[in-house]
Write a protein that binds this ligand. Structure first.
Ligand code: DAH
Length: 343
């Protein structure tokens, strides 16, 4: 029996496997209820008494060794499994990485900024919570001016003294004023940002939206410069250079105009979005009113300039045929995903 024990000991020591079924077979072979060790223990009663001590010890050794072996092999198997759980099959083909997409408002904003950067405009920004001076009064919209009604305002603080009023800016024209506080002509700046108006929310209008404001001030700036700048812009932005300027009114510019671009009437959509006219309004503009320059301590006898302002949502809706302005703010991934290919 001692020989047999020694033989099993060698076999057990030599056995190696990382496969669950092989390890299980090994366990059954030696330690199972009908296993080899079971047989040895049964035969133990036939061992002569004087050898019982030695054989007994060996037999126990053998049992411990077999149990230990099965335990180590099972542990090795488990740790291999958990490694696989962590890294998976390292030879498998990779998953395509889902890349995010820019928000259409950011895409359009960046494009506008980039077009004006190319002709020397620098970006400027201002606070969304504004005081009365920067949003209204300095822009030639003094207290009781009826044009204040053009922009329904969210007030944060409203007092009898307008100078103390605080509000959510109704347009990015306020950044013009801030920029002129800290810069002297020549000025070429473009100010993108979020604005707020107390308007009913519908497919066409929202209580928050985005604008880009432009301001150019230097000596001898003329309306022709404004027109040429806008033709450059519409060509770069829409690939369309035919524009018209309709007389309009803004308190901060004189003369003022609204700019339409000729969109064309080639498709059914063109008919729909231009209401059958082929023309689309895209922005307001004009020559900076001398009062606005005076409020910023810039001498209107020496300097003149132009300004313009446009809504980013409106342009994005045109470019991407988006039918409802509310889609910009709903964060619907299926909507946003569609702008992946546009940088
Ligand atoms: N601030 C105007 C608005 O929100 C847009 C605008 C019109 C800006 C004419 C200008 C401008 O600078 O000259 O409706």
């Amino acid at each position: 029996m001692l020989e047999l024990i020694a033989q099993y000991q060698v076999e057990i020591a030599q056995f190696q496997s990382v496969k669950a079924d092989e390890i299980e077979q090994f366990r059954i072979k030696y330690l199972g209820t009908k296993g080899l060790l079971k047989t040895l223990f049964e035969d133990f009663k036939n061992v002569p008494n004087d050898q019982k001590k030695e054989v007994g010890q060996k037999l126990n050794e053998l049992k411990n060794e077999a149990t230990e072996k099965v335990k180590t092999l099972q542990e090795a198997l488990e740790s291999q499994k958990s490694e696989q759980g962590l890294f998976g099959d390292l030879t498998r083909p990779g998953y395509p990485i889902e890349i995010g997409s820019r928000h259409p408002i950011s895409i359009v904003k960046n494009k506008i900024v980039e077009i004006f950067n190319r002709i020397g405009y620098v970006v400027s920004e201002g606070p969304e919570i504004e005081d009365d001076w920067h949003n209204f009064t300095a822009l030639n919209l003094p207290e009781y001016h009826p044009a204040r009604d053009m922009q329904d305002t969210f007030f944060i603080e409203k007092s009898t003294d307008v100078a103390k009023d605080m509000l959510l800016r109704t347009h990015t024209s306020s950044v013009q004023v801030r920029y002129m506080d800290t810069h002297r002509p020549p000025i070429r700046t473009i100010s993108p940002g979020r604005v707020y108006r107390n308007e009913d929310i519908s497919a066409r209008s929202h209580c928050l939206f985005h604008q880009v404001e432009g301001l150019y001030i230097d000596q001898n700036v003329s309306f022709a410069d404004l027109k040429q700048t806008l033709i450059y812009f519409t060509t770069e932005m829409f690939g369309k250079s035919k524009i018209r300027m309709r007389p309009s009114y803004f308190p901060f510019t004189e003369p003022s105009a609204e700019v339409d671009i000729y969109w064309g009437l080639e498709t059914e959509t063109d008919y729909r979005i231009t209401k059958g006219t082929g023309w689309l309004e895209i922005m307001g503009c004009g020559m900076v009113d001398p009062n606005v320059l005076k409020n910023a301590n810039i001498d209107p006898e020496i300097f003149s300039g132009f300004a313009f302002g446009m809504g980013i949502e409106r342009i994005a809706m045109l470019l991407y045929q988006i039918p409802d302005i509310r889609m910009f703010y709903e964060n619907d991934v299926n909507f946003l995903k569609q702008f992946k290919s546009v940088i």
